[in-house]
Design a binder for this molecule. Structure first.
Ligand code: SF4
Length: 365
């Protein structure tokens, strides 16, 4: 989720003459309207919170059960959670991401957060319904069809139970995480979600530090995943919330940090205005550690293609994308997608770019 100060567009006064001024890039009224729409959300400032150490399933490659944070003592005092949220609001946090282990197991804590900071999202496995009074966007994780979910997550009939809980719920969006193992299942799952009237967006498995399992992507699986994403966008335009540039950025042979430079504190020593200063990742004991803070702690940075990371890292790089109309449109599509995924009731528009655009300074793959 983006919440760092967005780089400003070039003024045209750099030593190398620019082919396009920013005014040229927004000359098309459709593009200008989209720019005006997304910039209204630049006020979002995110932090993330582990709500509980408990989970009702155990997934292969789960990054919660890596590193130190899983050992933090769990604070169940609702007044302390309320005071934390009030302090967060006071220091400028406007958007919270509640994660885990599994937040649906502690709905009373989620409710306290919602009462204090009403913009946010919850990452959940969707097996236990989160009460409707908690009006955050809900990200329901899907790792393949039911057979694969059983094998990698140890839970039976996940899709049936998830869709039973969240069919017709405007808070919900399903997040399909591509692994090398489940690329061919994405069509079946998307078709089922389309039939149920649900929305889906895409994530990439990003290996935790020290991961030795078999879900790490390869050049071949990255390329197959990109093609699957592009096909599904065309076949299920009402269901899939994604853009071509999302597909390029997240299935590149290089991870997000190498392509764009990660701005989260874990990789960014700067405490100037931006994520390096404002972002915190709270553990279940309500403590936080700047050295470890990012939206997906304990992920191996060189393998980080996570959708949550990209929504901050790519979005912050406006300047690099304000070079030509198609690159700028692609960036706008990316920002529009992330806002639709993260902000409830955000009015998403049609993608503006129909082309595959390279990350600035890199090849397409
Ligand atoms: S894991 Fe990803 S989001 Fe976290 S610090 Fe590394 S590159 Fe940044």
């Amino acid at each position: 989720m983006s919440h760092q100060r967005v780089e400003q567009p070039a003024s045209g006064s750099a030593s190398e003459p620019l082919q396009y001024k920013f005014a040229d890039l927004i000359a098309d009224p459709v593009v200008r309207d989209r720019w005006e729409q997304v910039r209204r959300y630049f006020f979002l400032r995110e932090s993330t919170y582990d709500m509980t150490r408990r989970c009702n399933i155990r997934c292969n490659g789960c990054y919660y059960y890596e590193g130190e944070k899983q050992h933090a003592v769990e604070n169940s005092d609702l007044e302390q959670w309320r005071r934390l949220m009030q302090a967060e609001k006071a220091r400028g946090i406007t958007f919270v991401v509640l994660a885990g282990a599994e937040p649906s197991l502690v709905p009373e804590r989620c409710q306290v957060c919602f009462d204090e900071i009403p913009l946010g999202a919850i990452a959940t496995n969707g097996l236990k319904r989160i009460p409707g009074e908690i009006g955050y966007r809900l990200h329901i994780s899907v790792w393949g069809d039911d057979e694969t979910s059983y094998r990698t997550r140890g839970a039976k009939e996940m899709l049936v139970r998830q869709t039973d809980n969240y069919r017709s719920d405007p808070r919900a969006i399903f997040v399909y995480t591509f692994t090398p193992d489940n690329i061919d299942q994405a069509e079946t799952v998307t078709r089922l979600l389309a039939r149920e009237g649900c929305q889906v967006t895409f994530n990439m498995f990003s290996a935790p530090v020290g991961y030795t399992g078999d879900l790490r992507h390869t050049p071949n699986s990255l390329s197959r995943t990109r093609q699957a994403m592009l096909d599904l966008m065309v076949r299920y335009p009402q269901t899939v919330v994604y853009s071509r540039y999302n597909a390029v950025a997240h299935t590149h042979r290089l991870g997000l940090h190498d392509l764009y430079g990660c701005s989260y504190p874990r990789r960014n020593p700067s405490t100037d205005v931006g994520l390096g200063r404002s972002f915190r990742q709270y553990r279940t004991d309500l403590g936080w550690d700047r050295e470890a803070a990012c939206c997906v702690p304990d992920t191996d940075c060189s393998d980080c293609r996570h959708y949550a990371a990209g929504s901050a890292v790519v979005t912050a790089r406006l300047f690099r994308h304000a070079t030509d109309p198609d690159t700028f449109r692609s960036w706008l599509d990316y920002v529009d997608t992330y806002l639709a995924v993260w902000v409830r009731d955000y009015p998403r528009g049609a993608n503006l770019s129909q082309n595959l655009v390279s990350p600035p300074g890199f090849d397409l793959i």
